[in-house]
Design a protein around this ligand. Structure first.
Ligand code: GRG
Length: 289
C-alpha cells in the first residue's frame, strides 16, 4: 500500500483499518460488502481523507473516531467515482490501483451497484461523524452536478472534440469540477468542522484550490513520466485517446512550469497557519518535476 510517508503523523493505517472493519460490519450483505471493499481496499493513496485530517491538524483539532469516520466517508465517495469512471460506458479501463477494475472482476451491474452503495454510505458517515448539515452540504455540492459529476459530463462530452482542445477556459473548468471540487471540499469540511476563523478559512480554501489544480496536472504528468521511463521515450497517451486536459493543452514543459507555480502559490497560501503537514503534500510532485 502506498503511504503518504511525508505526512508525519501518518494516519494511513488508521484509515485503512477503519475502512476494512466498518465496511465488513456495517454492510448487511456479505457479497455487496466484499465488492465494495475490493475497490476501497485496493491500495489508494487516501489523499482526500489525509487532507481532511491534515487540515484539522493545522487548526489544532484533536483527531478521534468521529473525525476518522468523516475522513473515511470522503474516501468511500472518491472510490465510488473511480469505480464508475472505469466502467465501459465511461473510460472503459481494465485496471485501477494495480488490480482489475470492479466491473472486470465482478461484472458491470455489480460495479454500478458498488458505486451506488459507496456514495450514500460515504455521505452517511460524514453526517454521523460530524453531526453537521453544513458538512453534508459541502460534500454533496462538491460531487453533484455543479461539481464532480458536472466535470465528468464535460469530460465525456468533449472527448474527441477538437474544438475544445485549445480552449483553456473550458479545460480548466472541467478539471476543476472533476478533480478540484472534491479536494477543496476535503479541506473546507475540516475548516468548517474545526471552526476556523474567516481568515484561516480563506487561506485554507485558496491552498485547496491550488492543490486541486496541481493534483490534476501531476496525475496527467505522472502517466507521461512513468510511460516514458518504461518505453524510453515520451508518449502522450491522453492525446492518443482524444482526451482534453492541461497536459494536452500545454504540453509537458509548460505543464511542469504551471505545476511549479501552483506549488509556490499553495505554499504561500499557508503563510501564518500551522501548515507544515499540508505543505508536505506538495512534496509528492517532486517525482515529475
Ligand atoms: C464517475 C461521477 C464520476 C466521476 C469520476 C474521479 C473521476 C471523476 C475520474 C477519474 C479520472 C481522473 C484521472 C480524475 C482525476 C482525479 C484523480 C487524479 C483521480 C485519482 O485519484 P488518486 O490519485 O487515486 O487520489 P487513488 O487510487 O490513490 O485514490
Amino acid at each position: 500500500m502506498t503511504a503518504f510517508t511525508y505526512f508525519k503523523d501518518d494516519w494511513t493505517p488508521v484509515i485503512d483499518d477503519y475502512l476494512a472493519k466498518h465496511l465488513a460490519d456495517e454492510v448487511d450483505s456479505k457479497k455487496i460488502s466484499q465488492i465494495m471493499s475490493y475497490s476501497v481496499m485496493a491500495g489508494g493513496k487516501r489523499l482526500r481523507p489525509l487532507l481532511f485530517l491534515a487540515t484539522l491538524n493545522a487548526l489544532g483539532k484533536k483527531i478521534e473516531e468521529p473525525e476518522i469516520r468523516i475522513a473515511c466517508g470522503i474516501e468511500l465517495i472518491h472510490t465510488y467515482s473511480l469505480i464508475h469512471d472505469d466502467l465501459p460506458a465511461m473510460d472503459n479501463d481494465d485496471y485501477r490501483r494495480g488490480k482489475l477494475t470492479s466491473h472486470k472482476k465482478w461484472g458491470e451491474a455489480e460495479a454500478i451497484l458498488a458505486g451506488d452503495a459507496l456514495l450514500p454510505l460515504g455521505i452517511q458517515w460524514i453526517a454521523e461523524g460530524s453531526n453537521s448539515a453544513d458538512l453534508v452540504k459541502i460534500i454533496t455540492q462538491a460531487v453533484g452536478p455543479n461539481g464532480m459529476v458536472g466535470g465528468q459530463y464535460l469530460d465525456i462530452d468533449s472527448t474527441n472534440n477538437e474544438s475544445v482542445a485549445g480552449d483553456a477556459k473550458f479545460i480548466n473548468k472541467m478539471e476543476w469540477l472533476k478533480t478540484g471540487c472534491l479536494i477543496k471540499a476535503s479541506v473546507e469540511m475540516a475548516a468548517v468542522y474545526a471552526k476556523a476563523t474567516d481568515i484561516e478559512q480563506v487561506k485554507l480554501i485558496d491552498y485547496a484550490k491550488a492543490f486541486g489544480r496541481s493534483y490534476q496536472i501531476y496525475d496527467d504528468l505522472v502517466d507521461v513520466v512513468e510511460t516514458s521511463e518504461e518505453a524510453g521515450k515520451a508518449t502522450h497517451k491522453d492525446k492518443e485517446e482524444g482526451k482534453n486536459n492541461t497536459l494536452t493543452l500545454l504540453g509537458i514543459d509548460k505543464s511542469r512550469k504551471e505545476l511549479k507555480d501552483l506549488i509556490k502559490q499553495a505554499k504561500n497560501d499557508l503563510h501564518g497557519l500551522n501548515g507544515e503537514v499540508l505543505a508536505g503534500f506538495l512534496d509528492l510532485y517532486q517525482k515529475v518535476l
